[in-house]
Write a protein that binds this ligand. Structure first.
Ligand code: ZN
Length: 450
């Protein structure tokens, strides 16, 4: 196998932080001036804040500007279709429109110009290279290809890296498996729930172990599962593959952070296009980037023509690490612990569905790892106990003892009282796209649309 460089773009990916800051500051000033000129939405927001964005002297000056909420983008597109009052490019210059997945309500549309597309391609190339994809690889793509930013934009980046891109999409497991076999697939990229689903599918329908497929790497994304240790270990064991994950956001950049082989969080690899802030999600106060700091990610584009955002609240809750990484990349590492929208509050304690999945998955093979949280009232507040349905696994002998043990570990690790109902393997729903660990059982009519 030929030798390759470690980073796709060593100049940016290993740049000293002071140099990065200087570059970000000058790009930020240019971007804010562009917005004041081109985006009625931001022109008004800037005026209301009383801060003249052209006076920005450093990226810290961002704090003087208000946040942008997802709902504002939706409203802006309703008032001023198609791309909204925040869009700063003329439609004639827009070459493609994507949609950010509407988990609740109307989706928002994301337009890109030719230059925006090239910027995405560059960052996606850095991420896929960071995650070990090389020109020799045959990459099987198992994300949705229509509208979703995990489709065509990833194709552009993967092709730029030089790997062989095989577009399968979702809902075509037989086709995907035969493509792996006929084309000699070496890398699979998909959601964690799909990787888990496919592993069971291979065993049930082909009587084979997933490890016989010959996949050497699996790149997960689009939901937090890839960061859940128990989920990752299970996928890794099933396929005998090296598992990493990428982090992105449809409104910001399809994927802007990826795991290097050290696997200590996802390196932020788009510092020349985006400024990330870490904030206290309740007070909105900015937090310092230091090892172990937790908060919500807030993103500002500093090089974007169409639908650029300033201080956009991503709703992603993350833990960060800034200490140096042996791979040489200087971008801080980000680990997503969940979406603010998914967080539950059980008797005042914050509980992430991903943390529940981790606890349940750690008891594999006495559990299958599948779990469903039953919500008896609209979230986020949950009246204890937290009601869970957990699938017992092939090696569960004493179900009563397993139930007690699960309730005890949840109390110890998550500090909440749980009521576990054990159900037979294979009875909980499997999701090919995104996992849906929350089941709204109080009144289906009032539950948010999935
Ligand atoms: Zn690294």
């Amino acid at each position: 196998m030929p030798e390759h460089r470690t980073c796709w773009n060593p100049e940016i990916e290993t740049m000293a932080l002071e140099d990065l800051r200087a570059m970000q500051t000058s790009k930020l000033r240019r971007q804010l001036a562009y917005l004041a000129d081109r985006s009625p939405f931001y022109e008004r927001k800037f005026a209301e804040s009383g801060f003249d964005p052209t006076a920005a002297r450093s990226i810290e000056d961002l704090r003087r500007l208000p946040f942008t909420e997802k709902q504002e983008l939706r409203d802006s597109q309703i008032v001023s279709p198609p791309l909204g009052r925040h869009a700063a490019a003329d439609l004639v210059d827009v070459i493609r429109v994507h949609s950010s997945s509407g988990t609740t309500g109307r989706p928002s549309y994301v337009g890109i110009t030719r230059a925006d597309s090239a910027r995405w391609t560059e960052v996606i190339s850095r991420v896929y290279w960071c995650e070990g994809v090389r020109p020799e690889d045959v990459l099987i793509h198992g994300f949705g290809l229509g509208f979703f930013v995990g489709g065509l934009p990833l194709k552009d980046g993967i092709e730029q890296v030089g790997a062989t891109f095989v577009p399968i999409g979702t809902g075509a497991s037989d086709r995907l498996l035969s493509a792996i076999e006929h084309l000699g697939g070496t890398v699979l990229t998909c959601t964690p729930s799909y990787a888990s689903y496919l592993a069971e599918y291979v065993r049930d329908h082909f009587g084979k172990e997933p490890s016989e497929l010959g996949i050497r790497r699996i790149l997960l994304g689009a939901e937090p599962g890839g960061a859940i240790p128990a989920v990752r270990r299970r996928i890794e064991a099933a396929y005998g593959a090296f598992v990493t994950e990428g982090l992105g956001n449809a409104d910001v950049c399809p994927v802007y952070a990826g795991t290097c082989d050290q696997r200590d969080g996802n390196h932020f690899l788009a510092a020349d296009q985006i400024v990330l802030e870490l904030i206290d999600p309740d007070s909105g106060e900015v937090r310092k980037w230091e090892d172990g700091a937790e908060g919500e990610l807030v993103a500002t584009h500093i090089e974007r023509d169409c639908v650029p955002l300033v201080r956009f609240r991503t709703r992603d809750r993350v833990v960060v690490a800034v200490s140096s990484c042996p791979c040489g990349r200087t971008g801080p590492r980000i680990r997503c612990v969940g979406r603010t929208d998914d967080m539950l509050i059980v008797a005042g304690v914050n509980v992430w569905p991903s943390a529940v999945s981790d606890v349940v998955g750690n008891l594999h093979p006495r559990t299958t790892g599948a779990v469903q949280i039953l919500l008896m009232a609209p979230p986020p507040k949950v009246e204890p106990p937290l009601r869970l349905q957990v699938e017992y696994g092939s090696e569960a002998i004493d179900l009563e003892a397993l139930k007690r043990e699960l309730e005890q570990v949840i109390r110890d690790k998550l500090v909440v009282r749980a009521e576990v109902e054990l159900v037979p393997p294979g009875t909980l729903p499997r999701f090919e796209m995104k996992s849906q660990p929350l089941k709204h059982v109080y009144d289906n009519a009032s539950a948010p649309a999935g």
